[in-house]
Design a protein around this ligand. Structure first.
Ligand code: APR
Length: 244
C-alpha cells in the first residue's frame, strides 16, 4: 500500500503524465514476466545453468551453434505460448493519445502483439532468423528445425537478435536516443538498467529536464535518479499511473 508521501508523488506523476505529450518508454524483460517469460537476471533466468551472457554471444554461437539455437528455440516456443499482459496493452493505449516512442530491449514481440506500433526493438526479435550470408530475414515457424536455413540463398541462418559484444542497429539506436533526448517524460519499466547502451537512455532524458518514472519491484542503479519510483510490477504500476 502506498504511504501519504508516495500518494502525493503518485498524484504528481499522474499529472505530469497527463500534461506531457512527448513520452519515451524503455522496457526490459520485467514487463513480460507477468506473461510467463522469465527475466534474465531474476528467478528462472538460467537455462541448463547457462546465463544469457554465456549464450548470447558470437563466440558461443561460433563454438556451438546448435546449443545457442536450442536456447533460442526454447525461448521462441515460450514466446509463442505467451500473451501480452495489461502493461503491454496500457502502453499500446497510451500511444493513441501521446507522441509516444516505445524503446524495448525485449525480443519477444509482445508489444507489437498488444497493438503498439511506434516500437524500436533495440536487441532484435526472436521470431525471425537472419541469413548469415545474405542477411535475409525469415519468420520462424513453430516447428522449425535446427539450424534454420535462409529461404533465399539456403545458407545457415542465425537468431535475429543483438548479442553481447555486437553493435546495436545504428539507425534504431539513433532514433531511440532522439526519442529520449526530446522527451518531456521518460518511463522505464522492468529493466535492471545494467546493460548498456540501453541503460543510459533515461539519463539522456533527465539531462534535458524530463520527468523520470521507473516501474520495477526491485531497486535498480536508475532508482536514485528518477523523479518517481513505483516499486511494483509492470501491470500494477501502469494501473496506478493511469489511475484506472
Ligand atoms: N514487473 C516489472 N519489473 C519486473 C517484474 C515485473 N513483474 N519482474 C521482474 N522485474 C524486474 C526485475 O526486478 C529486473 O530489474 O525486471 C528486471 C529484469 O532485469 P533483467 O532480467 O536484467 O532484464 P533486462 O533489464 O531486460 O536485461 C537487459 O540483457 O540479457 C540481456 O539482451 C538481454 O535485453 C536484455 C538485456
Amino acid at each position: 500500500m502506498l504511504n501519504l508521501s508516495s500518494l502525493k508523488k503518485l498524484q504528481e506523476a499522474r499529472a505530469k503524465l497527463h500534461t506531457s505529450q512527448k513520452i519515451a518508454v524503455l522496457t526490459g524483460a520485467g514487463i513480460s514476466q507477468e506473461s510467463g517469460i522469465p527475466t534474465f537476471r531474476g528467478q528462472g533466468g538460467l537455462w541448463r545453468e547457462y546465463r544469457a551472457e554465456d549464450l548470447a554471444t558470437p563466440e558461443a554461437y561460433a563454438r556451438d551453434p546448435l546449443l545457442v539455437w536450442e536456447w533460442y528455440q526454447m525461448r521462441f516456443h515460450t514466446v509463442l505460448r505467451a500473451e501480452p499482459n495489461s502493461a503491454h496493452y496500457a502502453l499500446a493505449e497510451l500511444e493513441k493519445t501521446k507522441d509516444l516512442i516505445l524503446v524495448s530491449q525485449n525480443v519477444d514481440g509482445l508489444h507489437k502483439r498488444a497493438g503498439s506500433s511506434r516500437i524500436l526493438e533495440l536487441h532484435g526479435n526472436i521470431t525471425l532468423s537472419r541469413c548469415e550470408r545474405c542477411l535475409h530475414l525469415d519468420e520462424l515457424k513453430e516447428n522449425f528445425s535446427l539450424p534454420p536455413f535462409c529461404s533465399r540463398c539456403h545458407a545457415r541462418a542465425r537468431p535475429n537478435v543483438v548479442w553481447f559484444g555486437e553493435a546495436l542497429p545504428q539507425a534504431i539506436f539513433g532514433q531511440a536516443v532522439e526519442a529520449f533526448h526530446n522527451a518531456e517524460l521518460a518511463l522505464v519499466i522492468g529493466t535492471s538498467a545494467v546493460v548498456e547502451p540501453a541503460a543510459s537512455l533515461a539519463l539522456l532524458a533527465k539531462e534535458q529536464g524530463a520527468y523520470l518514472i521507473e516501474i520495477n519491484p526491485e531497486p535498480t542503479p536508475l532508482s536514485p535518479l528518477v523523479n518517481f519510483s513505483l516499486m511494483t510490477t509492470a501491470s500494477q504500476g501502469m494501473q496506478l499511473l493511469l489511475g484506472k
